[in-house]
Design a protein around this ligand. Structure first.
Ligand code: MLT
Length: 386
C-alpha cells in the first residue's frame, strides 16, 4: 500500500486515478508521494519513504526542488494542463485593461442613489473611461511555452500583431505557433515595439525582476503590462514610478502585493489564472498519472529536477537516480555484472546536475542489490521494481 498525502484540495477526478494499492489522505504522516497545489513546502522535512511530489500546476516555486533532488525525491509538474485557463485570463486582462473596465464598473456602481438621473450621468461621465481597441495593436510575449504559445495564437486571431521572445523555444512550441507570430532573438525587440506586454516565464533566481527599470525605459509610452506568471518577475520599485508617470498605462497582476494594491491603474487579481474547474481537473489528473507511473514503473515524465526517462521492462526494473558525473553508469553496471545480473535494456538521461538510469535486469536479483548500488559514489537513490 502506498500513502499519498494531499497538501491542498485536489480534484477528485485526479485522486480517483489511485486504485486500491493507494491510500490518499490529507493526513498521511510518512507518505510515499505528495500531491500539492500552492502549499508552501520549503520548510517541510521529508521522510525517507518519500519518492515524489506532484505539483498540480506549472510553477514550482513553492517546492524546494534542489533539496528534493539531493534527497532523490522526483518533483513533477503539469505543464500545459492549465494553459488554456491562463490564456483566457490573459485575454481578459488585455481587454479590461484597455477598456478600463474595472474602474468603469466601480464608477457606475457609485451612481446608485441618483434615481432617474443615472442615465444622464452615465452619458456625461463615460468619456473618462475611453480606451483603445486591441485589434491592430502589438502584443509582446516574453516566453512562448504552453501558455505563451496559446496567447500568441489567440491574439493573432483577435487581429493583433504578435511578437515573442523565448530563450528556450522548443521545436514543438515553435511548430504550434501561428506563422504570423514574429519571434525575435532579443527581448528588447519585444519591449520596444509592444503596446501590450505579457510575461510567461517561470519564476526563479535568473528570472527575478525580468521587467526592471532598464526594460521599462525601452517600453513604449503608455504600454500595458500583464503579469499572470509570478509577482516577483516584475520589479515593483521600478514599476511604481512608471505607473505614476503614465509610462505604463496599466499593470494587470495575478499576484497582488501590499505595494501595488490600491495603486492607480493597477488591476490586481487574486491568483485566478488556473482557477477554472477544467484546469483544476486537468492538473489533478496529470499530476496523479505522473506519480503513479513513477511509483509503479519508475518512469519519469515532466519532472523539474530529474530528466524524462521511460522504459518498458521485461524483467525487473531498477531505477537509479544519481548525479550527472562521469563513471557512475560504469560502476553501476559493474555492481550488476559482479552479482551475475544481466542488463537487457538500459535508458540513461540527464538534466543539469542530475541523471536517471533505468535498467531492465534479468537474473537472480538479491534483496541486497539496492544497497550495493546505493553505495556507489554519486548514486542518490535506488529502487528495484517488480
Ligand atoms: C501555475 O503555476 O500553474 C499557476 O500559477 C496556477 C497555480 O499556481 O496553480
Amino acid at each position: 500500500m502506498y500513502d499519498i498525502l494531499t497538501l491542498n484540495k485536489i480534484a477528485a477526478c485526479g485522486t480517483d486515478n489511485f486504485d486500491s494499492k493507494y491510500n490518499v489522505s490529507d493526513s498521511a504522516a510518512d507518505p510515499d508521494a505528495i500531491l500539492v497545489r500552492s502549499a508552501k513546502m520549503h520548510d517541510m522535512e521529508f521522510g525517507k519513504k518519500l519518492l515524489a511530489i506532484g505539483r498540480a500546476g506549472a510553477g514550482v516555486n513553492n517546492i524546494p526542488v534542489d533539496k528534493c533532488a539531493e534527497q532523490g525525491i522526483v518533483v513533477f509538474n503539469t505543464p500545459g494542463a492549465n494553459a488554456n485557463a491562463v490564456k483566457e485570463l490573459v485575454l481578459t486582462a488585455l481587454l479590461i485593461s484597455s477598456r478600463r473596465v474595472p474602474d468603469a464598473m466601480v464608477w457606475a456602481q457609485s451612481l446608485k442613489g441618483n434615481g432617474d438621473e443615472v442615465g444622464a450621468m452615465v452619458e456625461k461621465g463615460k468619456s473618462q473611461f475611453v480606451g483603445p481597441e486591441i485589434a491592430g495593436k502589438t502584443l509582446g510575449i516574453i516566453g512562448l511555452g504552453a501558455i505563451g504559445g496559446l496567447v500568441a495564437n489567440a491574439a493573432v486571431a483577435l487581429g493583433m500583431n504578435v511578437v515573442g521572445f523565448d530563450q528556450f523555444l522548443s521545436v514543438n512550441a515553435a511548430l504550434h505557433l501561428d506563422p504570423r507570430v514574429k519571434t525575435v532573438s532579443d527581448p528588447k525587440d519585444v519591449y520596444s515595439v509592444s503596446d501590450y506586454v505579457t510575461i510567461h516565464v517561470p519564476y526563479n533566481p535568473q528570472t527575478k525582476g525580468t521587467v526592471n527599470a532598464d526594460v521599462i525605459s525601452i517600453m513604449k509610452d503608455g504600454a500595458r503590462l500583464i503579469n499572470l506568471a509570478r509577482g516577483e518577475l516584475v520589479d515593483t520599485a521600478a514599476l511604481l514610478p512608471a505607473l505614476e508617470s503614465g509610462k505604463i498605462a496599466a499593470y494587470v497582476c495575478d499576484f497582488p502585493s501590499e505595494e501595488i494594491l490600491g495603486v492607480k491603474n493597477v488591476i490586481a487579481l487574486p491568483h485566478l489564472g488556473a482557477s477554472t474547474p477544467e484546469a483544476e481537473d486537468n492538473c489533478a489528473v496529470m499530476a496523479a498519472k505522473e506519480l503513479i507511473d513513477y511509483i509503479e514503473n519508475g518512469n519519469i515524465r515532466n519532472s523539474v529536477n530529474f530528466p524524462n526517462a521511460s522504459m518498458q521492462a521485461s524483467g525487473t526494473k531498477i531505477v537509479v537516480l544519481h548525479k550527472n558525473v562521469p563513471s557512475v553508469i560504469s560502476k553501476v553496471t559493474d555492481v550488476l555484472g559482479s552479482a551475475g545480473i544481466n542488463i537487457e535494456n538500459m535508458v540513461n538521461a540527464s538534466k543539469k546536475e542530475y541523471a536517471c538510469t533505468l535498467i531492465d535486469a534479468c537474473g537472480d536479483i538479491h534483496s541486497d542489490i539496492a544497497d550495493k548500488l546505493g553505495a556507489v559514489e554519486n548514486v542518490i537513490r535506488v529502487r528495484v521494481i517488480g
